[in-house]
Design a binder for this molecule. Structure first.
Ligand code: IMP
Length: 435
């Protein structure tokens, strides 16, 4: 099974970091192909917490190759802050185990500034972005005014292109947003110096990954954010600016779509969302607060409290189908321990109209209500359970009921943040996707 795509099947923060770290043991190459430092992938090893924003979660295994593909919006300052932090904690990172695509677009200071400024203009329509400059960087990429890592490595080219870009951005900052413009010389010297430091890591990673695949190496693609934040298929305009699912791999990594052999979705046993936008199964009452407390649901990148709610079965069917998932992994099942009743969304209502599937064609989700069904909860702490049969009966019934509603097999369950807090489902028909 030489290539595997792992993606977030909800609104991000599904616990992908831990799962990628786990699956990376059997992989040779781990590839990020979209997003940027807006992501926060958390891995806990022996009580020590590592949060990766840009660097693939395979980095904690020293012998693996980690790739940041051309589809990533790369902030060199964020990258080096992360490299320094991880190397300071004993993680080995150099140009042999971390490879950066020369085609990745660079996030500059002006992108971060414009990200914040644009949010202020949106008023009630604000998206609640992470403020990392992601949207403005991708906008420049599409407008063909962006700079790629390859441009940073060539001082003369960098000078010409950054001068032109900054002339426009400074006019925007000054005349539209009423902010101080950025100093060209300062920006040039900062980013040219960063380009120098980036050199050992940069190459044609598309060719490197394809060649590894042809040699029979196992390539693991690490999606960031979640399918409901996908630029095209998510809850637009409350989305991020990239293709967050399996469909982002071909353009974002230079890897043919036909070579992707297995696809796994990751989803929590409930739902969360950070930032604004539709979240039909959100629980704004005390039970939502309780999920937040028990699940420690605060953003890994911004520290914001996450909005919490219940598992939404049609939403999950939608994202698993869109991405062609063979199976999925349910995370944070332990967080539901202690709830007397557990709700699951099974359909929607808008006025007199009913929807059994995710109503993707709606322009606005305002007023969309969820039909819930309730299942029996369980009281036992399940964080030490490692075998499926040892879970309380009500927990197994919950898992199997949800799996049946979703129609795609759950191949693994996660019951805590540590690497070993995993319950394989050996009896799941698609368990071999991990073999
Ligand atoms: P942006 O990606 O910073 O432009 O933010 C757009 C939307 O995506 C906001 O609602 C963010 O909160 C959300 N978002 C971006 N990255 C993540 C993530 O890694 N996890 C969860 N939400 C995210």
């Amino acid at each position: 099974m030489p290539s595997l795509s792992v993606f977030g099947a909800q609104w991000g923060d599904e616990g992908k970091g831990k799962i990628i770290d786990l699956l990376a043991r059997g992989a040779d190459v781990v590839v990020r192909y979209q997003g940027g430092a807006n992501a926060g992938h958390t891995v806990v090893v022996g009580g020590t917490k590592y949060v990766m924003h840009l660097i693939p979660s395979g980095i904690l295994h020293s012998e693996k190759i980690n790739v940041i593909g051309n589809g990533v919006a790369l902030d060199p300052l964020a990258l080096f802050a992360e490299i320094d932090e991880l190397t300071g904690r004993g993680v080995k990172i150099d140009g042999t185990n971390l490879r950066l695509s020369s085609g990745a677009h660079v996030i500059f200071e002006h992108h971060r500034r414009i990200d914040h400024a644009a949010e202020r203009w949106r008023g009630v329509g604000r998206i609640g972005t992470t403020g990392r400059g992601i949207g403005p960087c991708y906008a420049d990429k599409a407008a063909r005014t962006g700079l790629r890592l390859a441009d940073l490595l060539e001082p003369e080219r960098c000078r010409v292109r950054l001068t032109a870009a900054l002339a426009e951005k400074n006019a925007l900052l000054r005349d539209v947003h009423g902010e101080e413009p950025l100093d060209l010389d300062q920006q040039l010297s900062r980013y040219m110096a960063l380009g120098e430091r980036l050199k050992p890591y940069v190459g044609d990673t598309g060719a490197e990954v394809r060649s590894a695949y042809r040699e029979g190496k196992l390539v693991l693609f690490e999606g960031a954010q979640g399918a409901m934040l996908d630029l095209d298929h998510g809850t637009y305009p409350y989305v991020t600016s990239s293709s967050t699912g399996t469909d982002g791999i071909a353009p974002g990594a230079g890897f043919p779509a036909r070579w992707i052999e297995r696809v796994l979705g990751i989803a929590k046993a409930y739902c969360t969302r950070v930032g604004e936008g539709p979240f039909p199964s959100e629980d704004k009452g005390p039970e939502g607060d309780r999920i937040r407390e028990q699940g420690r649901e605060f953003g890994a990148t911004t520290g914001r409290p996450r909005r919490c709610g219940w598992f939404d079965a049609p939403q999950m069917r939608y994202t698993l189908e869109l991405n062609g998932a063979d199976g999925w992994i349910m995370t944070n099942l332990d967080v539901l321990s202690g709830f007397e009743r557990i709700k699951v969304g099974v359909g929607y209502r808008m006025g007199s109209k009913r929807y059994r599937e995710w109503p993707a064609s709606l322009a606005s989700f305002e007023g969309l209500e969820v039909d819930f069904e309730e299942l029996q909860g369980w009281n036992d702490d399940i964080t030490a359970v490692r075998e499926y049969a040892e879970l309380p009966r009500a927990a197994r019934e919950y898992v199997e009921w949800v799996e049946d509603r979703v129609g795609v097999p759950i191949v693994m369950l996660s019951v805590g943040p540590e690497r070993d807090q995993i319950i394989p489902r050996r009896d799941a028909p698609q368990f071999h996707v991990l073999a």
